[in-house]
Ligand binder design. Structure first.
Ligand code: SF4
Ligand code: SF4
Length: 60
């Protein structure tokens, strides 16, 4: 799953536009990530200009 560092995020929306599954949504100043929809492609992690996103190993 994708973890977001909310202190780093500048709400630029870059992650939202590259996500192939529409798993990320920018709602005002809140990034919402749908865990069930995310396929862990890491496109958002790679595009984030401030390194606010990280792919965490599944916890199961
Ligand atoms: S890892 Fe890929 S599918 Fe998951 S939220 Fe990021 S861009 Fe979307
Ligand atoms: S790309 Fe990074 S800084 Fe931009 S909205 Fe997404 S998490 Fe925030």
């Amino acid at each position: 799953m994708i973890e977001i560092d909310r202190y780093k995020c500048g709400y630029c929306g870059a992650c939202v536009s590259v996500c192939p599954t529409d798993a990320i949504e920018l709602v005002g100043t809140w990034i919402k990530i749908e865990e069930g929809t995310c396929n862990s492609c890491k496109a958002c992690v790679n595009v984030c200009p401030v390194g606010a996103l990280e792919l965490e190993p599944d916890r199961n």
